[in-house]
Design a protein around this ligand. Structure first.
Ligand SMILES: [Fe+2]
Length: 274
């Protein structure tokens, strides 16, 4: 069965045509248009995919109505009350009249990493600025099964915080995060800058809490964030040691919420929402 997977109207529009496990065609919009991070598909790209035969199903990378519910909650009324950003409407101009399946945003990320990995059983962590509502998910996958074990939802977002920090440092958010990541490896701790950032982002937050660590970490927001990053990072590397013997720790059960309270970041990061 041939499946056309589509990501668009977000950033870096792209399509992939799969036949079973084989990728027949993959295209990235910016390569066609010359516009960096282009969020729109091109007719040429769709035509190139068609050269590999007719597809049986079309799959969209996220759930648009769920996304609109979050946009409504976030006050992005311009996005909510327009129909052109509905994928079913948008794709008609390319001769695609029907979307057969909508996959959750984070499930799409998880599947992309899992199916392109060498593992047939894995713990998967996705950390994004935002999906529909979710900003971080942890999955247990085996064979073709995905079981979501944990998730964090907007407005709590490690990714949005990363983008906000990217913007705060004078870089372009949603694009230059990789530069910040590269620079971090060369940087030295400057307490003056750290204090300035702390003042910008965390002053007024006296109630940052973590179900598992609030007593030991206290209310120091920056320490909390560093702790959270370290915690998550340790799980990113977790599967590499023993890919065939993975079991999620009990601590990642449904009740182990990791609240990531960042209310003062929101005014800055709300402009980063898609
Ligand atoms: Fe994403």
């Amino acid at each position: 069965m041939k499946i056309l997977g589509i990501n668009a109207l977000n950033h870096d529009a792209c399509i992939t045509l799969l036949d079973g496990k084989e990728i027949l065609f993959a295209g990235h919009a910016e390569r066609y248009s010359g516009i960096k991070n282009d969020h729109l598909l091109t007719q040429e790209m769709i035509s190139d995919a068609k050269r590999y035969g007719k597809w049986d199903k079309v799959v969209w990378f996220e759930k648009p109505w769920l996304k609109k519910s979050r946009q409504l909650w976030a006050g992005q009324y311009g996005e909510v009350f327009q129909s052109e950003n509905l994928p079913s409407q948008y794709l008609k101009q390319f001769g695609i009249d029907k979307i057969d399946h909508y996959v959750g945003h984070h499930e799409s990320h998880a599947a992309a990493s899992y199916y392109s990995s060498p593992y047939d059983e894995a713990c998967i962590i996705t950390i994004d600025a935002i999906g529909e509502w979710e900003t971080l998910t942890i999955w247990y996958a085996w064979g073709s099964h995905f079981e979501k074990r944990h998730s964090v939802s907007y407005p709590n977002s490690l990714g949005l915080w990363y983008s906000a920090m990217t913007q705060r440092l004078g870089l372009k958010p949603q694009e230059d995060e990789y530069i910040l990541m590269g620079m971090a490896g060369w940087g030295k701790l400057d307490r003056n800058i750290m204090n300035e950032l702390y003042e910008d982002f965390f002053v007024g937050i006296s109630n940052i809490s973590c179900a598992c660590s609030s007593n030991t970490l206290g209310a120091n927001g920056l320490n909390f964030c560093l702790f959270l990053i370290s915690f998550i990072w340790s799980f990113i590397f977790f599967p590499r040691g023993s890919p065939n013997k993975l079991r999620l720790p009990n601590a990642l059960g449904p009740n182990s919420a990791l609240p990531f309270a960042t209310p003062t970041i929101l005014p800055l990061s709300s402009s980063l929402l898609t």
